[in-house]
Design a protein around this ligand. Structure first.
Ligand code: ATP
Ligand code: MG
Length: 393
């Protein structure tokens, strides 16, 4: 069946009181953005706490659902029949015909839930529930009513028009992009940082990303992998502005001047400093990383505290309490895993010491950074001013 209309369900944004329309408008804008990629013509409509997507041409059902499932803020997608207000007999006939099209199986449990927003309609919700239930039981002798745990619910909403649906396809949840500021994601080629970006974007935050590239120690293919990951995150988060920073000189300089067991921490402190500079010039009000407590030496509580010390902006670490397997599961779900595990080296693996400190001493780190005084500011300046920007969508 080619559905003409879809009811878009949203949860949290319904609770925003007077600001509700801002969230609804942002959600509609996001739906529009995602539907631009789907072949066909669609109209997005708002009506008293309801958002509808109406198909104005032929379209591919799976493609449409797949696109709608990537819109943050959508909790459910209900393919429905929308009919004009009609007399009660016609309504009962139409509903039964719809159920028959939707559910060719013979044995099922169901319940009917009618909601009469238009109180002028001459039949009450309870009467509709009873009568439509009767119609279905008569047409399907093997079916039964189960009010607690039915196989499906027949929703009948009497509003300006009449909406009838039995399916609610799960959406991505979260909040619409653009309702919560913008943050800078430190995106490496690994498994964790794309997941971290996804999780923050899911809360309505627009994402930019920075990748520290170290040619020739890291290849063009490693960079392409990060671009590909940014594109995958952009499937949900909308276009991602990716800043590629050439980090080679800085890394070599740290390697030359600082104790090797502190390399990773000092490198990470410079990544954070540069990310923060980029954040500030691009209106980002937070940083995001894919760190998780204890995963590697640079992610112990002691190390994280040392990295945080250079940041003025809040650092969001949404996978901080996740085990690796939980992050992997999420990356598989959002479709970044296959790309993340491609074997191209990332810049940290080349410069890591055999025995990195796991309890870095802040005083000692600062003292080591003193050795960089002569050239580091200029190097940071050059790295920032020679950034390459790649729009990923
Ligand atoms: P991931 O799987 O995200 O690469 P990881 O387990 O490899 O994480 P680290 O290499 O210690 O962990 O990096 C921790 C975090 O620092 C990453 O999640 C990412 O946010 C950031 N990061 C690391 N390397 C880079 C890089 N080359 N460019 C940008 N950000 C990076
Ligand atoms: Mg990594």
């Amino acid at each position: 069946m080619q559905y003409q209309s879809f009811l878009i369900k949203y949860a949290e944004i319904g609770t925003k009181g007077k600001n509700r329309y801002i969230f609804e408008d942002a959600l509609m804008q996001q739906i529009r953005f995602h539907l631009n990629k789907v072949e066909g013509e669609f109209a997005i409509q708002k009506e008293q706490g309801r958002i509808y997507v109406n198909a104005k041409s032929e379209y591919d059902y799976d493609e449409l659902i797949c696109a709608l499932q990537k819109v943050f803020g959508v909790t459910g997608i209900c393919p429905m029949m929308q009919i004009e207000k009609c007399d009660y007999e016609t309504l009962r006939r139409e509903v039964l015909a719809f159920v028959q099209r939707e559910h060719p199986e013979q044995a099922f449990s169901f319940k009917v839930r009618a909601k009469r927003a238009d109180k002028h309609y001459p039949v009450t919700s309870d009467e509709i529930n009873a009568d439509v239930g009767y119609d279905i039981l008569t047409a399907y002798p093997k079916s039964r009513v189960d009010v607690h745990n039915p196989d499906f619910i027949v929703y009948i909403e009497i509003r300006k028009n009449i909406n009838v649906y039995t399916k609610n396809i799960r959406g991505a949840g979260g909040m619409p992009i653009g309702t919560n500021g913008k943050a800078m994601l430190l995106l490496s080629g690994g498994i964790d940082s794309p997941v971290a970006g996804y999780m923050i974007a899911k809360r309505g935050v627009r994402i930019e990303a920075v990748y520290f590239h170290a040619p020739p120690y890291t290849s063009e293919r490693a960079k392409q992998k990060v671009v590909d990951l940014a594109k995958l995150v952009a499937q949900y988060a909308g276009p991602v502005k990716l800043h590629v920073i050439n980090f080679t000189e800085i890394q070599l300089y740290i390697y030359e001047k600082c104790p090797h067991d502190e390399l990773t921490i000092i490198m990470r402190r410079y990544m954070m400093r540069i990310a923060e500079r980029l954040a500030e010039t691009n209106d980002c009000i937070g940083l995001i990383t894919g760190e998780s407590i204890g995963q590697v030496a640079s992610q112990t509580m002691f190390s994280l505290r040392t990295t945080d010390e250079v940041c003025g902006l809040p650092v969001y670490r949404p996978v901080i309490g996740f085990d690796k397997q939980e992050i992997v599961d999420l990356s598989e779900k959002i479709g970044t895993y296959e790309t993340s595990i491609l074997p191209y080296e990332d810049c940290c693996t080349i410069f890591v010491a055999k025995h990195p400190v796991t309890k870095p001493n802040l005083k000692s780190i600062k003292k080591s950074e003193e050795h960089l005084k002569e050239k580091i500011e200029e190097m940071v300046e050059t790295a920032v001013s020679t950034e390459e920007v790649i729009w990923c969508s």
